[in-house]
Design a protein around this ligand. Structure first.
Ligand SMILES: [Zn+2]
Length: 326
């Protein structure tokens, strides 16, 4: 209810209503409106400053989740660093050393951590900047070490493949399968000076003669390529296999040749049979091993299925005989 104002008229001796001017009404109205607006504005600023809005509340709770997740990722990264550290140790002191490779230098593992400018964007954030920069550096180191590790494994793999091929190619078994000591080798002529069976003179014998009945299987002693499968006066039917890595083997006096020049053969493959072709006095396989073009004692390359004792006996036998078969 609107309040009315009166004044006392002394002349008329009565109260008269005071009529408010339009201007005064306007001034009063705007005063009230501006007071209300100012109060509302101050209240809004206060609430906005000290009490979070629903949107801010939601953002704050998202930040909380992110902080927890961030810490979890940092912990995970630490575990990965430890695992990689173990792999690096095995890489350096087991795998690389197996192939005679030097361990990778620590400085190579660590690598650079990037230029200063790369991180300056984060330096402005006083609260989280340092954490972000440190995490980025760790992540970069981890990534770098993984790349180095991957390259190192490539190198090791290449060496292993080469080694695998080498092991498969190197002559390492006897050429005659049935020539087991247990089955009785009654005659075996070794590498060295021997009296030639036909010429009866002391002559260098460049191989080992494995005696066996005619027709006994002869096997390739390592993987390789047949570079000769032919017949001549001295060796009779004979085969030459090139094993790579500087190794060649010769199998002579065969009764039959089962492969052709140019064939690829694997260790243990049947290549021919024992005979007495060429200059020979009895069925046997004359076996030679050449390393870089020079004949070496094949006894060092006959390691298959023999116990230490059997191998010693084989070496003794090969050394005792004074006359070769060819
Ligand atoms: Zn011989």
């Amino acid at each position: 209810m609107k309040k009315e104002k009166f004044f006392f008229d002394a002349n008329l001796l009565r109260y008269e209503r005071i009529e408010e001017s339009l201007k005064s009404k306007f001034v009063r109205f705007f005063s009230v409106v501006s007071a209300v607006l100012t109060t509302a504005l101050l209240l809004t600023v206060f609430l906005h400053k000290y009490l979070p809005s629903p949107q801010e509340k939601s953002l704050l709770s998202e930040i909380d989740v992110m902080e927890v997740e961030y810490q979890r990722l940092v912990d995970e990264m630490e575990r990965m660093e430890k695992v990689l550290g173990n792999v690096q140790k095995r890489d350096s002191y087991t795998y690389r050393s197996l192939f005679g490779l030097d361990p990778i230098d620590n400085n190579v593992w660590r690598g650079g951590i990037g230029g200063h400018n790369e991180y300056e964007n984060f330096e402005q954030y006083k609260k989280v900047g340092e954490t972000i920069i440190e995490t980025q550096k760790r992540l970069r180191r981890l990534k770098h070490a993984l790349v180095i590790q991957s390259k190192s494994l490539d190198t090791i793999m290449n060496y292993a493949k080469k080694e695998e091929k080498f092991l498969a190619s190197r002559p390492s078994i006897k050429p005659v399968r049935s020539d087991k000591l247990a089955k009785g080798v009654n005659f075996l002529s070794g590498f060295g000076y021997r009296i030639h069976p036909i010429f009866k003179v002391k002559k260098m014998h460049y191989g080992i003669d494995f005696t066996a009945p005619k027709g006994t299987a002869i096997q390739a002693t390592g993987s390789g390529r047949v570079v000769k499968a032919t017949r001549n006066a001295g060796f009779g039917n004979h085969i030459v296999i090139d094993h790579g890595f500087g190794y060649q083997t010769i199998y002579a006096h065969l009764s039959k040749i089962n492969i052709r020049q140019g064939d690829q053969v694997v260790r243990g493959q049947l290549i021919g049979t024992v005979g007495s072709s060429g200059i020979s006095t009895a069925p046997h396989c004359h076996y030679e091993v050449h390393v870089n073009g020079k004949p070496v004692n094949p006894i060092s390359y006959c390691l298959d299925g023999l116990s230490v004792q059997e191998y010693k006996e084989l070496v003794t036998l090969a050394g005792q005989v004074v006359q070769s078969l060819d």
